[in-house]
Design a protein around this ligand. Sequence first.
Ligand SMILES: *Cc1c(COP(=O)(O)O)cnc(C)c1O
Length: 391
Amino acid sequence: MNEPLVARMREFGTTIFAEMTGLAVRTGSINLGQGFPDTDGPAAMLERAVEAIRGGLNQYPPGPGLPELRQAVAEHRKQHYGLVYDPDGEVLVTVGATEALAASVLALCEPGDEVIVFEPYYDSYAAAIALAGAVRRPVTLRPVGERFTFDPAELRAAVGPRTRAIMVNSPHNPTGTVFTRDELSLIAAVCQEHDLIAISDEVYEHLTFDGVEHIPLATLPGMRERTVMISSAGKTFSVTGWKTGWVCAPADLVSAVQSVKQFLTFTAGGPWQVAAAYALREELGWVAALRDSLAAKRDRLMAGLSAAGFGVYRPAGTYFVQTDIRPLGFTDGAELARRLPELAGVVAVPTQVFYDRTELGRHFLRFAFCKKDEIIDEAVARLARLGERTA
Ligand SMILES: *Cc1c(COP(=O)(O)O)cnc(C)c1O
């Protein structure tokens, strides 16, 4: 048989996370590649899921999600952001943010439509756009001092007559940038001038550091009506395996997304939905403690990476530190990522795989710090040898 995979998906082999996690397992390396926490979410939340299973909540939940979770999501949006969404019609529960992203792009973009993405981008964006037969138009985030940002002129130049949507991710994986009000205002202006839909991935909404505030794009004037806001219990409550997310948007957008979502998975995860509803109401204190602990882990890893000789950028949110490998004498992050298990017994992710223009990200490597302190310390000790070796 010739290549069985359809042409539009051929550029997407195995995801880099699967490849690097496989490498970590095979070599016994410390995995700072994939961003999943190595500690559990709040115990009472886990207990809720167990109780729900024992209590018989084991059949299909309703298509839009359990009313209990939709209600909790709407209350949370209102309390935290002053955003009002009707739990009946403006909130949709999805199989993680990943399904929400894919269903949004598939529902809202015709083949040939253009979608603006900030590169480096989360890998599922490119795949969702390709599945829809749409075309991605990258706008590059570049380091300015310690953080990554975009050039407003480059954003404006990326818009054309076929542009339909812009995918925004703040706090941003993998750079750790949390967009400022000024940056979001520029994005909002472009959306309104060109009548674009914003697909706003806010899975790290609670995980910002140093008092930096997460501003949902939908809170900017004129944006609620054109923004599909996406969140996930996975990152907020350290249960990435639960794959429980939600979309908040005006009813016509939610209805479009649901039209596609119902044929991707129909529905999933009743017990997780009950537990997420509980956690949104009762465990935000736990999340605040998680945020503080992540900030300390960030500092721990940043200090270690600097000492090992990496150029280090300071993330204002997320699970990740972005590094420049050139000070260590390397130029290609993909090559270094493949050699890192043998050189140092650590796995990281080459950021270049998140770019259309690979060369712009060639020298970056992404490390995750959502790990136990002793794991970070051991990784840092091992990476220190890397500096000695190349010195
Ligand atoms: C982890 C992550 C997702 C996926 O979230 P799930 O709820 O696990 O599907 C989406 N976007 C970004 C930026 C992420 O880091």
